[in-house]
Design a protein around this ligand. Structure first.
Ligand code: TNX
Length: 507
């Protein structure tokens, strides 16, 4: 088909996807992609011509290209050069993340209404270049981009990944490394699970022992740690520079042993329990009847809201087995009000639907069945849903019984399982319009290093990311496994330690 000069790979044409070279291998699959005749070559004369407002994206692209090509790639204003440029044009409409990419032998034009769209388009452009462009050392090239055209926009506004830094702590550098990997696949939301039974990972200045004592341990007695507010803001800024919004989670009323251990007065009996380094869930609860609980939460939520630019704070709400149902409902209702009082909206695990769900609250569904009438009913009443079914989207599930890391309580999750569902039609009785998107959580009871994170996230994170971005009509396992296999040289160039699933024909 390439020999015919032009080939259109629209969503839902799996046969074509194999023949289109780089354009057919983009993950997540674009809405439309067409390969044309010819190539554009980046050379030592190439400039990046950025509209005002596109300088941030231009600098990011230049950073990637300069490292591997060794070329200067100056960022200039459009008009300064005619051909030989990579032009980043802002078209000023209201499409939040869509973009158009045109590559001809004369140059590259990437156009989008918003910088976030340009950023998404840059991720596509990276995948059209040789994998060696991802190396952090200069290579010989040639740095060619096949000619063609892409018009693209996401299916869902929320495309998330979660990292649990409570069970094991990860440094700012490790978190930033993961954020860079999320950006590759157009993930736009980073959910940071900051507090759980085993550790409290963010400094709250009005309650400092949460971090200094409650953050001092991790699962198995491994080293703890916490982020200062400045470090947290560094993570938020690093994500924002990649058009990724951070959603911090303080899990409550359960999953709070680290807080209870840090302040005796938060306990109903006034006695602080020891810190916890095991992996059980569902044994701790805030004291729902005590006033100090709500002063504490007002302080915590207030400090977190002040350093979180995104709209959402995640208030947990899962597995509150140590809280009575009446207490749970009263508590979740009150906490949603505290979040609103600090100008934010709540995200909560789906058990929140047992309470009175505020119109702005979004529920995150993690159960392992597609049949949950109370969550579907909430969605029908207007509650937005983010889907993270544990047996499909949890990155801490083992791939198979031999996987050295992870758990298996929800399922063994091979790549085809992670990819094999449709978020828009998954939850029985939930209107498609209630689905805000998908999220791939990575719980870290068994995860200790960046290699561990990557081994569990790759290749399932790109699978979930594609479910979130690509049109339903593009959903095709036979084509996806080929496109996924073609990513391997990029992961190797980036030093990503991935699971080489036997389901995928790795290049
Ligand atoms: C369930 S499902 C949890 C986490 C655990 C995870 C381990 C849900 C919202 N919570 O507390 O870390 O399983 O797979």
């Amino acid at each position: 088909m390439l020999l015919a000069g032009a080939a259109l790979f629209a969503a839902g044409e799996p046969a074509a996807a194999v023949d289109g070279g780089a354009y057919a291998n983009v993950v997540p699959a674009p809405v439309t992609a067409r390969a044309d005749r010819g190539t554009f070559a980046i050379d030592r004369h190439t400039a990046i011509a950025a509209d005002p407002g596109a300088d941030g994206v231009a600098g990011y692209l230049a950073g990637i290209l300069r490292r591997s090509t060794g070329y200067p790639l100056p960022v200039v204003r459009p008009g300064a050069r005619g051909s030989g440029t990579i032009a980043l044009r802002l078209t000023g409409g209201s499409d939040a993340e869509g973009y158009r990419l045109d590559v001809t032998p004369r140059g590259v034009t990437l156009a989008a209404d918003r910088p976030a769209g340009l950023f998404a388009g840059v991720q596509t452009l990276r995948q059209l270049l040789p994998a060696a462009v991802e190396r952090d050392r200069r290579g010989p090239g040639p740095w060619t981009v096949p000619a063609g055209h892409v018009a693209d926009h996401p299916r869902f506004a929320y495309r998330g990944a979660m990292l649990d830094v409570a069970r094991h702590f990860f440094s700012v550098a490790q978190v930033e490394r993961y954020i860079d990997q999320l950006a590759l696949y157009k993930v736009n939301t980073f959910h940071l699970h900051l507090a759980d039974d085993q550790g409290w990972r963010i400094m709250i200045r009005s309650w400092p022992r949460l971090a200094t004592y409650g953050g001092g341990t991790a699962v198995d007695g491994d080293p703890g740690g916490y982020y200062t507010q400045q470090q947290y803001q560094q993570i938020v800024a690093y994500a924002a520079a990649r058009y990724i919004t951070v959603i911090p989670e303080i899990d409550m009323p359960g999953h709070v042993n680290a807080a209870l251990a840090s302040y005796a007065e938060l306990n109903c009996d006034g006695v602080a329990p020891p810190r916890y380094t095991g992996t059980d869930v569902g044994f701790s609860s805030l004291c729902v009847g005590k006033d100090i609980t709500y002063r504490f939460l007002d302080d915590v939520i207030g400090e977190l809201a002040a350093i979180t630019p995104g709209r959402y704070l995640h208030i947990g709400g899962d597995e509150a087995q140590a809280t009575s149902q009446a207490d749970y409902v009263a508590f979740m209702n009150r906490v949603q009000g505290i979040v609103a009082a600090h100008g934010k909206s709540a995200l909560a695990w789906h058990q929140v639907v047992a309470a009175t769900v505020a119109p702005s609250t979004v529920a995150q569904y993690w159960d392992t069945t597609n049949d949950n009438p109370s969550v579907a009913a909430a969605a029908a009443r207007g509650t937005g849903l983010v889907l993270s079914p544990a047996n499909l989207a949890y990155l801490d599930m083992k791939y198979n019984s031999q996987t050295p890391l992870g758990q298996d309580w929800a399922a063994l999750v091979e790549v085809a399982d992670a990819y094999g569902w449709d978020p828009g039609a998954y939850l029985l009785g939930a209107p498609a319009g209630a689905i805000r998107g998908v999220e791939a959580p990575l719980w870290t009871e068994t995860i200790r290093t960046s290699d561990d994170i990557e081994y569990m996230a790759f290749p399932r994170l790109p699978a979930i990311a594609e479910l979130g971005w690509s049109p339903a009509a593009a959903h095709d396992w036979a084509a996806f496994r080929l496109r996924l296999g073609a990513q391997a040289p990029r992961w190797k160039a980036l030093g990503i330690d991935f699971y080489p699933s036997p389901q995928v024909p790795w290049v």
